[in-house]
Every structure is written in C-alpha cells, then in structure tokens.
Design a protein around this ligand. Structure first.
Ligand code: NIG
Ligand code: FE
Length: 415
C-alpha cells in the first residue's frame, strides 16, 4: 500500500548522509526541503525530494495527502524512559516545592523505592494498561520510538514481570519499543547492607534469564553515590556484555564517580544524565563512540544543574536528548518540551535540539539504520505539524502542535 505525502511546505529530513549520528556543527544541518514530497510503500520510504521533481508512477490505490500547510519532521526517538510503573509521586513534587531535595526524599523512603512498592503490587496486566495509555499519549506528542527500562521491580519476579510487559507492549503497540534491563536501579530494602548479594542475584540469576529469553536489548546501571559504585557498575556491565546485552549507563547525575569514563571504556552505546560530568569524562567520551544522552526535563523538574550540553557538542561528542519519563525525576514525555528546555537552559540551537531528539536518539539505541530521519530505505515514521516553520516547535511551548502521526506508513487515528 502506497502513501504519498504531497507538497509538504517544509520537510525536515535530518538526513544522516549514511552516518549513524551527527556531531559538532553537522548537528545544525537538518537537510530541509521546501515544497517536498515523500513516497512511502509498505511502511518504508521510497522517495524523498522536491515535489516538482517527482516523476514516479503512483499505484491506483495510493493514498495521497496534500500537505502544503504542514511542516514534517521524523518521529521523535525517546532513548531513555521508565514508562512502565504503577502509582505516582506528586507528594514528592510538593515536598520539593518546600525545599526538600530528591536525595533527601529518597533517603527518607521515597524516591525509586516508593515506586518499587507500587510496581511490585501491580499485576502485569495492570502495568500494561497504564503503560499503553502513556504510549498513546506519547505518540500523540510526536514520539514514534521509545526505550523503556525495568528497574521498579528489583527482585527476579518483579523485574521479569516488568520486562515481559515491555516486550508484550512492543508486540502489541504501534510504538517501536526497545527494552532495557535496569535491575541495578537501586538496591532493594531486603538487601539493605548486603548489596554484594543483590549484585550476585543480578549477575547469576536475573541477567542470564533475561538474556536467554531475549527480554532486553540493553543493560543499564544507576552508577551514582548511594546507588552503585563505578566498580560495582563495571561488574554488572561486564556480566551483561558476556551475555550479549548492549550497555547503557545512568551516571554523573548528582556526583561524579567515574561513570562516564567507565561507559566509554566498555564501549557503551550511550551514557545518560551527565549533569556533573567532569573534564576527564568528556575527554574519554571524545575518544569513544558512546552517545551522550542528556535529560533536560530532569534538571528542570528537580531544580538541579543542567548537563553541559553545549560543551559536549563543541567537544564533538554526539548528543541526544531524551525525556527520562518517570514518576520521580521527570513526569513528562513531551519531546518538544525537552527541546524548549534544551534551547533556553542549555544553549542549544533549535536545529541541534531536533537532531538530538531524532537521529541521535536513534543512535543512542543503535537504531539509526531504521529510524530517526526521513530518508529512502528508512521506516516511514513522520509527524505533520500545523506550524509555519520548524523553529516554531520549540518556540511555542506547552501546547501540542502535532497534526498527524504516521507510523510505519500508517496514518494513526487517536480517540
Ligand atoms: O533517571 N536517576 C535514576 N533513575 C531515574 C529516576 C527514577 C525515579 O526517581 O523513580 C532517573 O532520573
Ligand atoms: Fe533514567
């Protein structure tokens, strides 16, 4: 079945020129085509160019969409989320307005462990129902690919329940979903003062099972003071690597304990957060192919320092932006909002922010062969916006400007 998007007022292709991601000044090169057309066949992009140069025959039953009043962008690739969870933590949000910090709330029994309690109690069916609604809403806001982490189970049964929910959603939902095992998100209360034993459980029991059943593509660890040290993170990540999982790392969020260097050394696909990355970490990332994923919504929501995204781009490190959607540190999955925060608080240009939310997000998931840009041979994940110019997207913040979501060549209808 063919879909022909005709005469798009402004098409932002984010063309990759055959590379997996963009870095340095090329992040500003969006490959914009005015009055463009895109031909899609069976969900795959067949032709992209100026409408006046289109000369291919269309199938009789091809659907034609006149798009002259729209700006088109690739669907967003949100490379870091904790979208599967039960419960909510608006109480912690209120406490922060009174001056309590995220770490203080966590040390008093809130934080990750409060969501662990709610998630352990929920059934897989309940988790899927909650997550599916969130996925619909994300797609309505222009996201067509999302990574989802476990990490609110923290025992074998509950971690597997979360991963099964994620993998089943990947089969059932329109969203392209990438599952990540984050058993090392925090040590659970029953292992208080016995963290080494919990790490053994992760490495000897949970991960071999996860790898055998292919329940995750990535393994991630929260490498942070009070969570997992660099040495503990190394142990878990090396175990993951030996089981064929690819690596990610949460690190440098509150303190700098060597996580970025470790991610670079172990050739992690991405290293995420980086609010407190130091010069050594930047140097090690420069010498690696690891993508830096920054999470503007977290700093905004927790009122914490921002990652030095400008410095990272200027150092030539490929930078992606993700939402980190989760009930504690960022209760938003709006990628346009992340772009606005990145532009106003982290000194990115709108062009850099778009690249960071699309092609470079795909690179942070090892998926840039299939998604993240509007190019021949890629999956047709395209969003039409009712706006006059692509820069309007980050500029007119706090409202949803999406007009049409096209996923794998299908125009989605939302209730
Ligand atoms: O990425 N930093 C660690 N984990 C999450 C927060 C999880 C939570 O607070 O529930 C994050 O910010
Ligand atoms: Fe996170």
């Amino acid at each position: 079945m063919q879909l022909f998007l005709k005469n798009i007022q402004q098409l932002v292709t984010v063309h990759s020129n055959g590379k997996p991601c963009k870095s340095g000044s090329s992040m500003r090169d969006l490959g914009i085509i005015a009055n463009a057309s895109v031909l899609i066949d069976n969900g795959i992009i067949q032709w992209v160019g100026e409408d006046k140069t289109f000369a291919l025959p269309l199938q009789e039953d091809a659907e034609v969409v006149e798009a002259s009043s729209f700006v088109a962008l690739p669907g967003f690739v949100d490379a870091h989320t904790h979208l599967v969870f039960a419960g909510s933590r608006e109480n912690e949000f209120a406490l922060r307005t009174e001056g309590k910090t995220y770490q203080e709330i966590a040390s008093q029994g809130g934080g990750i462990l409060s969501t662990v309690k709610a998630t352990r109690t929920a059934t897989k069916k309940e988790l899927k129902k909650l997550a599916s609604k969130r996925l619909d809403a994300m797609m309505k806001h222009g996201t067509t690919t999302a990574e989802i982490k476990s990490g609110y189970g923290l025992d074998a049964d509950a971690e597997i329940k979360m991963l099964e929910a994620i993998v089943e959603l990947a089969e059932e939902h329109f969203m392209t979903i990438v599952p990540t095992f984050l058993g090392a998100h925090a040590a659970p209360p029953e292992f208080n003062d016995r963290k080494e034993e919990y790490i053994k459980l992760i490495c000897n029991t949970m991960m071999p099972y996860v790898a055998k059943r292919k329940l995750a593509r990535f393994c991630d660890v929260f490498c942070e003071t009070g969570y997992f040290s660099a040495e503990e993170s190394r142990q878990i990540l090396q175990c993951a690597q030996s089981l064929g999982l690819q690596l990610k790392l949460h690190t440098d969020e509150f303190t700098s304990i060597g996580g970025s260097s470790l991610a670079a050394e172990l050739q992690a696909v991405s290293v995420d957060h980086l609010e407190h990355i130091n010069d050594e970490g930047i140097l090690k990332l420069q010498q690696s192919r690891t993508v830096a994923v920054v999470l503007p919504g977290v700093s905004f929501f927790l009122h914490n320092p921002y990652a030095p995204a400008r410095k990272l781009i200027d150092a030539g490190i490929p930078l992606a932006i993700a939402s980190d959607f989760n009930p504690g540190s960022c209760m938003s999955f709006s990628m346009p909002l992340m772009m606005t925060i990145a532009c106003t608080q982290m000194s990115l240009t709108p062009e850099e922010a778009i690249t960071a939310c699309t092609l470079n997000g795909a690179a942070a998931l090892g998926l840039s062969q299939t998604v993240g840009s509007i190019e021949v041979g890629k999956q047709a994940d395209i969003i039409l916006y009712d706006i006059p110019d692509y820069r309007y997207l980050a500029y007119h913040f706090g409202t949803n400007l999406v007009s049409t979501v096209i996923k794998k060549g299908v125009i989605l209808e939302f209730p």
